[in-house]
Design a protein around this ligand. Sequence first.
Ligand code: URA
Length: 219
Amino acid sequence: MTALREQYLAAMGIPVWQLRSRSDDDHPVSPIDDLDWQALRERVSGCRLCGLHGGRTQTVFGVGDPDADLLIVGEAPGAEEDRRGEPFVGRAGQLLDAMLDAIDLTRGQVYIANILKCRPPNNRDPQREESGACTPYLERQIALLQPKVILALGRIAAQWLLQSDSPIGRLRGRELSFGKPAVPLIASYHPAYLLRSPAAKAKSWEDLRLVRQILRAAS
Ligand code: URA
């Protein structure tokens, strides 16, 4: 199967598990839903479902506590994340660490992932087919993690997870939900936006307090 054909199948929404192994047709590829953390990480690291694999240094799978109650979802790796293989390690990541500190959490106590596991060129927005191809990985991460709350950072992550085209200013500030079984979801501003627009930090703080409330109620 060519990479191009895989890409078309992914874009048409045909799940990877229907594809058969490239090397041996007698050994079907395991469904993503069967993969544990390690197998999922390996599947992601070899992924060629969309064109972004051609430009990556490495995939950026996610980081943190695999038993975390809080899952933070960003957009996609940037240049620094692509180099280091870890999400949110640039300037936006430093602000994210400070935001977590404000609700008495550290990076090691939460789980951090992105909609896309590969860096888009020039940090452009993810394309629909890229997000569509990558989402099963995030969905499996969510199924393994079973978080008590998801914090979606920025328009791209919030709109994709909520399948909404409302602006982030309308999505933030209240409890929404993701998936079935429903996981509470709070949408908020991306730390990169907060770096450019510090006045929005007050609203971001309101959103973080909502996250903290949900975590407290769940524990
Ligand atoms: N921005 C994101 O959305 N994710 C990262 O990992 C880094 C920057």
